[in-house]
Design a protein around this ligand. Sequence first.
Ligand code: ZN
Length: 250
Amino acid sequence: MGGRPEREHGYAQYKLDGCRCYTCGFANAAYYEARERAIMYGTWQPFVDAAPVREHLLRLRDCDMGLRRVAAVAEVDRKRLQAILTGRPERGTPPQEKVRPALAAAVLAVEPTLDNLGGSTLIGAIGTRRRLQALGACGWPQAQQARRLGWTDNNFSALLRQDHVIVRTALAVRGLYEQMWDLDPRQHGVDNQAYSRALNAARSNDWSPPAAWDDETIDLPGAKPRGAHVESPFDAPAPPARALAGAVSR
Ligand SMILES: [Zn+2]
């Protein structure tokens, strides 16, 4: 499932590991501006400078997106990207200096998102772990989660201890979380005992429920959960029916 990739602070760390340190933030912001400018300039010229496109290809390569994958996502011919990056050595041509704006825009629009990255690329595990823990805090037993993911219990426990996971795993867990975070496990095949055990385990491990996280922050290592303690979202006190009835009848 995954070791630890060697990544320096910068664009790839910002995108793949969710690092928001000064170096990563600066790298991302500066690069984002340059890329936006390049896209804008491209809208009114017959040919544009190939350098920003080349730069973007290198950034994407830092994120484990090779030319083949970028070409597929951008829906352009891989050979054209090769010509921009390295030229055509077999023909003795140097890296291309100018490109058509449509090609530049298509390549510059490619971002290293989970959907675009290769399935075996390693990314930070924290969001994956928090999602599984949050499901535990809803009363979903780990065995149930593992079964729905098609994993063994051992795989599952190992996953909870990893710093990095492959994209395929992160996507599977994200899908599971979106499907299950607001379901009551007791209405979906989990008996009361297993439910209580899952809640107790979550409490003793200090796992945060879904309500503690935003989609925008759950993958960021620096993000803190809102409200520290775990309560079942389905164990809210029953509405004060009698008091209400009394108030109405008065
Ligand atoms: Zn960083």
